[in-house]
Design a protein around this ligand. Structure first.
Ligand code: MOS
Length: 772
């Protein structure tokens, strides 16, 4: 690892030490629960014990001394009782029907958490139960039955059509049809959800805490609180992991603390314990997919048909957006002229499902990459030969008709993953359920693109903004402050912004800082989601850096170098025939003469992109990252214990801004994918999640970590300086099917469901040989 470079310049591409490392290692980082707040009260949520029902009212125990606490019910909400998201279907506090166990029916705040909890226990919702739909399996059964008397409540729907599906299927020599299932996955950030709301003297609110998207909160709350948007200020505190789980939920939690703070006139904090966090906050959507793939004997894919269903839980929340990314990743990656993808998210009476790294793509790719192995087998080819023959590449078009014309790391990631893993040689050693072996070995492969940035023309419509400010720092020295709403949640985004700003400006990185965002200080760069931050916000920061550089050069030419043209290079201003001047000296002269300097820019999409938001035709993402994962597994034939022993990952994430942090992102995400594939299981029992602690929701530890071998092939995205694409989500996309494909080569058993647990392997063993 490198520390701060002596000479300015060339920061992008180097493993600069994370700027948040010191505070975190020394325990100085301030997480929301560390904040010392005078007069703080504690909030607690009263929840529905019924999955679906008519809320008749609330009974408050007369024996309790209610004067010591503040209670908020739906009747106390100043404005509209509605979370103002994409679909306006969810109240902050239930007032009519409840849609899931755990839905808030009232809120309590008190000077101590114990008192708030005691009061909450004395509030009893009176609910008439209604029929409830509780599991993904029931949801799929109803979808298949299509009985008008048993309708499903559609939360979202989106299709993709390319070519003529019927003709494609008719032209096939063989059609493979399979169904696939995935379960919930809990983000399990180490720091649970937590926010505090401070009432302000002007009647407004300051909300601070653990969140990914500072600018989501106020617009989604204004109609509920009846406050103008500028009176809701949002500030990020240190975040101990998020992984998508702090995209939507903090907006709901912000509503709870805001309502309690406004009524009690105290600052109010809610920090969940692990139990509440697992039981009542969103997880990755469970899914069911049905694939039909038409094949010619030579391997040509004549048709891909996918039905893609997500279990959305009780309300729509992010389901429409997750569904969009999901359908776009169902059939991408392979050449095929005739595609139909039909996606739906339906309501079940459970906690609303939400965002988790990958955002619908892992569910899609689990099915697709299993199907590609099945197709290879039917054609008599190895998984590797078949993928090399059929994978989409430069000059091909995607299922939405997008022509891949630049920055395409396919088939490079595939070729290099095969080489680095010695795939072909190891493939010949797979056990195929050999009855004589004590340990079964298998190797499996998956190949996948992941769209960077908002879907379609989202980035063009949104125009995310960012700013750079030249100011006097705390010690009086000139400092360049990166003003973006992107959050640092452990992934390294703020260090990346500092690298990009320092390079664009040619300033020493020590002079650049990217603080936690505060909506009173930063423009809206958008949420920290969708594998967009380095590519989109990084580009904006680069534009700001280049702009500020030009302004400082002009100033230096005029005021320092007596009218000679000046250039800022590697941290020094130079003009012909003059000794160079340090960045700090010229910046200080600017500040003395002109005061603080601020430049702001916005992101625009390249003008030639086309997108139809209704039909989902056109350029569905500005750029794609590409990945190939090779998984190796060993299965103990006595215990059916499965170990993922080695994972080779080759990724094209464009220009790698900070290689060490990128490898960290990929290793962390790939380990989460190991959990998704073989361990992490949470079901619904009597309408509730059947696990609520680390003892019962098993995630991989360092002891379960495979040996990682990670490589990059860089196909920069030239439109966005410095050429980066997304890295945040792609590690979750393809490892589960690579592991499933490895399990098949080890055992001869193809599973259509993850996680593939030892119990499932044992059950399959007891069924005896054969199967597939
Ligand atoms: Mo993300 S899963 O787009 O927060």
């Amino acid at each position: 690892m490198e520390t701060t470079a002596q000479q300015a310049g060339g920061y992008v591409g180097r493993s600069i030490l994370r700027s948040d490392a010191d505070a975190k290692l020394r325990g100085r980082a301030q997480y929301v629960d560390d904040l010392k707040i005078p007069g703080l009260w504690h909030g607690f949520v009263v929840r529905s014990p019924v999955a679906h029902g008519k809320l008749r009212g609330l009974r408050q125990d007369p024996a309790f001394d209610w004067s010591r606490v503040t209670v908020v019910t739906a009747a106390d909400i100043p404005g509209e009782n509605l979370v103002d998201m994409f679909v306006k279907d969810m109240p902050y506090i239930a007032h009519d029907e409840v849609q899931y166990i755990g839905e808030p029916v009232a809120l309590v705040a008190a000077p101590t958490l114990q008192l708030a909890q005691a009061a909450a226990a004395c509030i009893h919702p009176d609910i008439d139960p209604l029929p409830a739909l509780l599991t993904t399996a029931e949801m799929v059964a109803r979808y298949k039955a299509a009985d008008p008397a048993q309708p499903l409540h559609k939360l979202a729907g989106q299709s993709i059509r390319k070519g003529d599906l019927a003709a494609g299927l008719a032209a096939a020599d063989h059609v493979i049809e399979r169904e696939f299932w995935t379960g919930y996955q809990e983000q399990l950030y180490l720091e649970p959800q937590g926010l505090v709301a401070h009432p302000q003297a002007d009647g407004g609110l300051l909300i601070e805490g653990s969140l990914q998207c500072p600018y989501f909160v106020a617009p989604e709350l204004v109609s509920t609180l009846k406050l103008p948007v500028e009176k809701i200020r949002v500030r990020q505190s240190a975040v101990g992991g998020a992984f998508g789980g702090k995209e939507d939920y903090p907006t709901f939690l912000a509503g709870y603390v805001a309502l309690l703070a406004l009524k009690s006139r105290h600052p109010v904090k809610i920090v969940y314990d692990r139990h509440e966090d697992i039981l009542y906050t969103p997880k990755r959507h469970p899914s069911w997919t049905r694939f039909r793939v038409g094949l010619k004997k030579d391997g040509t894919i004549t048709a891909i048909q996918v039905e893609y269903l997500l279990d959305g839980g009780g309300y729509a929340t992010l389901s429409p957006i997750v569904l969009n990314r999901g359908v776009l990743h169902c059939a991408n990656g392979y050449r095929c002229a005739n595609v139909l993808v039909e996606g739906f998210a339906f309501r079940t009476h459970t906690v609303p499902s939400g965002a988790f790294r990958g955002f619908g793509a892992p569910q899609a790719i689990w099915g697709l990459e299993s199907m590609i192995d099945l197709a290879a087998e039917w054609c008599g080819q190895t998984p590797e030969q078949y993928r090399l023959q059929q994978c989409i590449r430069l000059g091909d078009t995607t299922p939405t008709g997008q022509l891949l014309k630049d920055s395409v790391g396919s088939p490079a990631v595939l070729e290099q993953a095969l080489a680095h893993s010695a795939y072909a040689e190891k493939f010949r050693r797979c056990s195929h359920g050999d009855p004589a072996a004590r340990t079964w070995y298998g190797i499996g492969l998956a190949f996948f693109p992941h769209g960077s940035g908002f879907t379609g023309n989202g980035e063009g419509l949104f125009r995310g903004r960012g700013a750079l400010e030249l100011v006097r720092g705390p010690a009086g020295a000139p400092q360049v402050v990166v003003r973006v709403s992107s959050t640092e949640m452990g992934q390294g985004a703020h260090t990346v912004m500092e690298q990009i700003a320092a390079d664009a400006l040619s300033a020493p990185i020590a002079a650049v800082t990217c603080p936690f965002p505060d909506t009173s200080l930063v423009p809206n760069s958008g949420p920290t989601v969708a594998s967009r931050t380095t590519m989109v916000v990084g580009h904006v920061v680069h534009l700001c850096g280049a702009d500020m550089k030009g302004k400082l050069e002009e100033f230096a030419g005029t005021h320092i170098f007596g009218g000679r043209a000046a250039r800022l290079e590697r941290g020094e201003f130079r003009a012909a025939g003059e000794p160079p001047r340090a960045f700090a000296e010229v910046a200080a002269a600017w500040l003395d003469r002109r005061g603080p300097l601020r430049v702001e820019h916005a992101f625009d999409l390249p003008p030639n992109l086309k997108w139809n938001q209704q039909t989902f035709e056109g350029d569905s993402y500005p750029a794609y990252s590409w990945g190939c994962n090779v998984a190796e597994v060993e299965i103990d034939t006595l215990t059916m214990q499965l170990r993922v022993t080695r994972v080779t990952g080759v990724f094209d994430i464009g220009r790698v801004v900070n290689p060490l942090m990128a490898v960290g992102q990929l290793q962390g995400g790939l380990l989460q994918a190991v959990g998704y594939a073989v361990m992490e299981k949470i079901g619904i029992k009597d309408g509730r999640y059947d696990a609520s602690r680390l003892q019962t929701y098993i995630i991989p530890t360092i002891l379960d970590a495979p040996d990682f071998d990670i490589h990059f092939v860089e196909y920069p995205y030239d439109y966005a300086a410095p050429g980066a694409k997304g890295v945040g989500e792609i590690p979750l996309d393809g490892l589960a099917p690579a592991i499933g494909n490895a399990v098949y080569q080890a055992t001869g058993w193809r599973f259509n469901e993850i996680p593939i647990t030892p119990e499932m392997l044992l059950a399959r063993l007891r069924q005896g040989p054969g199967g597939r």
